[in-house]
Design a protein around this ligand. Sequence first.
Ligand code: MRU
Length: 357
Amino acid sequence: MTKTAGLTKSLSGLPRTVLWDNRVLRLLDQRRLPQERSLITCHQVEDVFECIQTLAVRGAPAIGISAAYGLLADLFETRLSLAQLKIHLAERAEYLISARPTAVNLAWAVNRMMGVVEGKFDDTGELLERLEREAIAIHQEDINACHKIGDHGVALLRKYPNVLTHCNAGSLAVSELGTALAPIYRAYEEGVKVHVLVDETRPLLQGTRLTAFELQLVGVPCTLITDNMAAHMMAIGKVDMVLVGADRIVANGDVANKIGTLNLAILCQHFNIPFYVACPVSTIDIDTESGNDINIEQRNSTEITHWRGEQISPDDTNVANPAFDVTPANLVTGIITEKGILRPPFEQNLKMIGGKS
Ligand code: MRU
């Protein structure tokens, strides 16, 4: 349904996370990677909600795209009147947005779809077709944005080929190619001798299961480390740059990303290593003033107390499980977007590129 912006042969093997297949949403089940590649068919909006909440689909842009299509799940056969359909869509929108609070792309994509609903339509068929076109446009724009992020960021990899990344901001987290991984893939294809240190990313191991998986599929040299090895790797000179994705960047340049990102930014300051963030403009939330205003998702304690269904902590252990942290803007060297690399002062420069609201 959507067109790629042109993947070379080595990158065409990268897995696709979101598929819109004859008006049916199919999602790659990332909970089962890398052992198993299976697709989930989302017959109902509840299926999409569950996939987002349980991280079958995850990564800020990917959950936004999934929710845009998910809003339409099973509606093409509807017998609802136009007025009933609009009410139904508004309820679905609120429900889907509630699946995960931190990544702004989810609310952004759903609100963009609901903006369409406000237009004038003769019947339900016309509205649904228009909504389908909007969801496909959101998907396509993300593909284009990721490729441009690759183009803008590749020069950094020529200068800083030994990069450390956290969580998964690759093909699996977006429509295609990735955000933080896009410049890495581009550099690798160009023949730059890149090497990626992959943080395992506790507690859900997106680095181990997803980033190492996709880098290895392409053949990018990488080494998996546990999160607490980053400082040592920096101290012995193995890291030229840290490059991560983002779930939300707010007006003053503060960055919400996977828990553990803040540790890396602080280490970068200590070791004088550049700390870059890559994201599409759809991840920029210009309406939120500072990182203090970001709603940080708190996840189930069993993600920490249990391992693959088996309890590993003592009974009744108190657990904190914030899924994201906020890196203050002053620790960020630059933000790579489809519109170019932003540098401080971020407050001013983010306003100029116009983040979505
Ligand atoms: O909980 P997750 O796996 O959805 O967290 C994802 C991240 O933190 C990514 O770094 C972020 O969404 C950027 S994805 C291009």
